[in-house]
Structure formats: C-alpha cells, structure tokens
Design a binder for this molecule. Structure first.
Ligand code: NAD
Ligand code: DAU
Length: 355
C-alpha cells in the first residue's frame, strides 16, 4: 500500500486516479474533506478494493499511527494542505494548523512507524512531501527561474506555512534520518480544479455570464503545468529521487494572467459560443489587486529532467484545451461544488474589490 493524504483534493485526486489506473499498489487515502475535498472526484473508484478512503486529519497522530500500523504502507505522500493564497490572506489560522502543525504531527507519526521498520521495509520506505514554488518568493522580470538552490522568501501566509512545512521535512531527514523527498511545483491546472482558483473560476464565471475578475493589471506571471504532468513527476521522484533532495517541477510555461484569461475566453468562443453573440472577453473586469501579490514565478526544471529523465507530456496549448473541454463536459460537477459555502467565499473575496 501507499498512504496518500489530501487525496480528495484537486491534485491528490488526480494522483490517486492516475496511480491506480497505472496499476500501482493499493492506496489508503486520508483526507479531512474540508471545503476543498470532494469525494465525487473519486467516484470512479467506488467498489474498488484497492482504494481505502478514511476521513480524518493529518494532525490526528493517533489516527495516522493506527493507519500506518494497520496498512504498513511503503510510502506516505503528503498532498494535504490549505492551498488558496486569497483564503490565507483572509484567515491564516487554518494554514498554520494544517500546513505547519499538521505536517509536524504527520512527521512525528511517520517517524515512529519508520523507526520500527526493519530490513528491506525500512530501506525502501519514503515520505514524499508535495510543496510549491511559492516558497521562493517573487521574481523580477529578468531574474533566472527558481532552482533548488534559491533562498526561501515566502510572501503570503500560505507560502510561509508551506515553507515552514518544507523546513520541518528537511529537519526530520537531517536530524533523524527520515527518508524524505520534497517536490516544489508551479501552478497546476486541469480536471477537478476547485473554481476558486484562476483558471476554473474564469471558465465557470464566463459560462455563467459573470464578470471575469483579473487582479491588478493582470501582468503577474505564473508558470503553468497540466496536473497529469505533476502526477507523473511525483511518481518518478518517488521511484528514483535521491533521499533528502528537493526537486522543482514545472512546465516551462510562463504566462501573464491576462493572457491566460484571454486564452480561456478564446477557447470558449470556439467550443461554446455565447448565446447572445460577442466574445467572452467582454466579461473581463480588472479588480483591486491581491495584497502582497507576487509578481512572477518561474521554475527551472532541469534537475528533475537531468537526474530522473522527467519531462511534461502536455504543452500549455494541449493541456488548456483538454481542461476547458473537461469543464464543458462536467457541468454537474461544477454545479455541485458551488455550494452555499462556495457562494459565501465568492462574496468574501470579491464583493469588496472595486472594479
Ligand atoms: P486542494 O486545496 O485542492 O486540496 C487539498 C486537500 O487536502 C483537500 O482534499 C482537503 O480536504 C485536504 N485537507 C486539508 N486539510 C487537511 C488536513 N488537516 N488533514 C487531511 N486532509 C486535509 O489543494 P491542491 O491544489 O490539490 O494542492 C495539493 C498540494 O499540492 C498542496 O500541498 C499544495 O500546497 C501543493 N501544490 C499545489 C499547486 C497548485 O497549483 N494547486 C501547485 C504546487 C503545489
Ligand atoms: O505556484 C503554485 C501555487 O499556485 C500553489 O502553491 C497554490 O496552492 C495554488 O493555489 C496556486 O497559487 P496562485 O495564487 O498562483 O493561484 P491562483 O489560481 O489563486 O491565482 C493565479 C493568479 O491569478 C495569481 O496571480 C492571482 C490571479 N487571480 C486569481 C484569482 C482567483 C486573478 O487575477 N483573479 C482571480 O480571481
């Protein structure tokens, strides 16, 4: 078995689905089912005995120790986190609880389990911690892309909490010898992406005839990677990554936000033209910027390519087309995730932003 945490979220559910489809070992999936966790993402696994879902908190050390003792996984992959920068600005507390304290408690439970393993089981065991490029801070326009040697300079409560978790993971390797691997990935997009994040929000709002809220001047740059490529990179790092190392993961796809939104509009104009005519671009609205908004992220992914031979399979053009099609074909999923809590968040984040 492997133990995956946060496997009902966007990347975690894509990972679990891909892993089982590729014939990997069984998965114990531990997820708290916060607003971002959605068992519907895993519906195709209903009745599949290779997937065991457990609702619970990574910070519940007793539960994690029980799961480890019962299932004896050969690896733990930690996807569980609070992941939305805007939410971390409105309410940072849960980010500290899950991303910092939760990761610490998970590390303690894993350390105790690993400490009792013997021989091949001990040798082969891995803890893979899934992290983000945001820990490196913000780049100026001409700065080289982030390498694994960049200083940590997190700027939001979210990225600071992820940076803290990365430091703890590193310290558990250095101090206790825990066999860890850390990945720092750029912005993902693809199926099951919760529509509070840029790309799915723009698709969903466009189709609903709502404004497309671009923060500030829309010239902030992100480096986009199709989620399936992130999952294949994680599989590769788990398989062959060097213990204690960190691997940056990215798709060499730097793009300003406004261009992303325009691309989404162009694809929707082609695949689902507006009933009343005109382009979805007419719905673009510039709104008050995110406080402390990082200007540019870019990943130098040469280490993972050189050491592990990993490269993304999708270009941005193929990945974004697949993604827009997925949202058009999954209207029911979109409708169901737009619960009362979702509408409340939309109000909290956007009502006070001047257009
Ligand atoms: P997400 O918010 O979609 O999903 C997070 C999942 O974790 C949810 O299912 C949630 O229920 C679960 N969870 C939250 N707190 C928990 C807790 N205390 N115990 C157990 N489960 C808990 O996030 P995502 O976008 O899928 O990101 C997954 C991981 O990848 C995160 O660690 C994030 O920092 C990292 N990451 C995300 C991106 C991205 O672009 N989305 C890029 C790089 C790295
Ligand atoms: O870089 C990796 C990170 O990417 C992950 O660690 C995070 O978990 C993930 O949420 C993502 O963070 P971002 O803040 O970059 O993603 P988000 O989709 O929230 O925003 C992308 C860009 O779009 C960012 O510059 C802010 C902008 N934006 C976002 C929203 C939601 C807008 O202009 N309007 C919006 O309504």
């Amino acid at each position: 078995m492997i133990l995956v945490t946060g496997g009902a979220g966007f990347i975690g559910s894509n990972f679990v689905l891909d892993w089982l489809a590729a014939g990997g070992e069984g998965v114990v999936n531990l997820d708290k089912l916060t607003y971002a966790g959605n068992l519907e993402n895993l519906r195709s696994l209903e009745g599949n005995s290779r997937h065991v879902f457990v609702q619970g908190d990574i910070g519940d050390q007793q539960l994690v120790r029980q799961l480890l003792a019962r299932h004896r996984p050969r690896a733990v992959l930690n996807f569980a986190a609070e992941s939305h920068v805007d939410r971390s600005i409105h309410a940072p507390g849960t980010f500290i609880e899950t991303n910092v304290v939760g990761t610490f408690r998970l590390l303690e439970a894993v350390r105790a389990y690993w400490g009792e393993l013997k021989g091949g089981e001990r040798e082969g065991f891995r803890l893979l911690h899934v992290s983000t490029d945001e820990v490196y801070g913000s780049l100026a326009p001409k700065d080289p892309a982030f390498t694994e040697q960049n200083k940590y300079e997190p700027n939001s409560p979210y990225s600071a909490s992820k940076a803290a978790s990365d430091h703890l993971v590193r310290a558990y390797h250095h101090t206790y010898g825990l066999p860890v691997l850390t990945t720092n990935c750029s912005n993902n997009y693809g199926p099951y992406h919760f529509p509070e994040k840029l790309i799915p929000l723009m698709i969903v709002n466009a189709l609903a005839g709502k404004p497309l809220p671009v923060y500030g001047d829309g010239q902030q740059i992100r480096d986009w990677l199709y989620v399936g490529d992130h999952c294949s990179a994680i599989r590769r790092v788990l398989e062959a990554g060097r213990l204690g190392e960190t691997y940056n993961i990215g798709g060499w796809n730097e793009k300003p936000n406004l261009e992303i939104v325009q691309t989404v509009c162009n694809l929707l104009d082609e695949l689902k033209p507006r009933a009343g005519g005109g382009s979805y671009r007419e719905q673009i609205t510039f709104v008050t910027d995110r406080p402390g908004h990082d200007r540019r992220y870019a990943i130098d992914a040469r280490k993972i390519e050189r050491e592990l031979g990993w490269k993304p399979a999708e270009t941005f053009e193929t990945g974004i087309r697949k993604t827009v099609r997925w949202y058009l074909e999954h209207g029911d999923w979109v409708q169901r995730v737009q619960s009362g809590a979702y509408r409340e968040w939309m109000n909290t984040n956007y009502a006070a932003r001047a257009a």
